[in-house]
Ligand binder design. Structure first.
Ligand SMILES: Cc1cc2nc3c(=O)[nH]c(=O)nc-3n(C[C@H](O)[C@H](O)[C@H](O)COP(=O)(O)O)c2cc1C
Length: 202
């Protein structure tokens, strides 16, 4: 099958792209609203962009009616956020935060997650997450035309908190982290079936 992405409508282009690009890591992004309400939501359009400085980014679509999602609203006002990595243990709670709750609802409470004060930014970390990255907003890019807009949020990582139990010899061990990946449809994958390949020395 050969596909022209520009010919596809909303759901179809979504299914195509999330089916093609797998597995995707999941950023459980915590933010705080102007009213002080804690927000958390998962984003799998997520990647690392740079090391010096350490920069990460994730893409936020719009709510069904075209309004900005709470995460984007909060980041544009507070200019800070935390990216919490998603392990198997917190996958159900992560999924719970994906509900379209009103902005005055504390999504930590909804999902049974514990807010933990950050060192350098106002949004709290997710205590149950094995890795938490405190970030400062660098820029927000915009793609598409209303209501089908995606904004790519780019942030500098100011501090990384790693659960000591994930580290052996100074290295984060994937078999301890047990992160989950997002696939197409409603599928996820575990990271239990690992294999190793050394790069060729040329
Ligand atoms: C595993 C997972 C990954 C998701 N990835 C994205 C994403 O990359 N971009 C996006 O806009 N929404 C994504 N969503 C949907 C948002 O999490 C959802 O719209 C959420 O309600 C947004 O919350 P907020 O309004 O509090 O920001 C994802 C949902 C799940 C369960």
């Amino acid at each position: 099958m050969d596909i022209d992405p520009s010919s596809l409508e909303g759901r179809a282009i979504h299914e195509l792209m999330v089916g093609c690009i797998t597995p995707r890591p999941i950023a459980l992004v915590s933010t705080v609203g102007a009213d002080g309400v804690h927000n958390a939501a998962p984003f799998s359009f997520f990647t690392v962009l740079s090391l010096h400085p350490a920069v990460v980014g994730f893409a936020v679509g719009r709510k069904r009616g075209g309004a900005k999602k709470d995460t984007l609203v909060n980041i544009e006002s507070a200019r800070e956020f935390v990216i919490n990595c998603v392990s198997e243990a917190i996958a159900p709670a992560m999924n719970q935060t994906a509900g379209e709750y009103p902005s005055d609802v504390d999504e930590f409470t909804q999902a049974g997650l514990t807010p933990l004060a950050s060192d350098l930014v106002r949004p709290p970390r997710v205590a149950e997450s094995p890795i938490q990255m405190e970030c400062r907003l660098m820029q927000v890019m915009e793609f598409g035309v209303s209501p089908r807009i995606h904004n790519f949020v780019v942030g500098e990582v100011l501090r990384v908190h790693v659960d000591d139990g994930m580290i052996v010899g100074g290295v984060i061990k994937p078999d301890r982290l047990r992160s989950v990946g997002r696939l197409g449809e409603d599928f996820y994958c575990r990271t239990r079936d690992l294999f190793e390949m050394k790069r060729p020395v040329v």
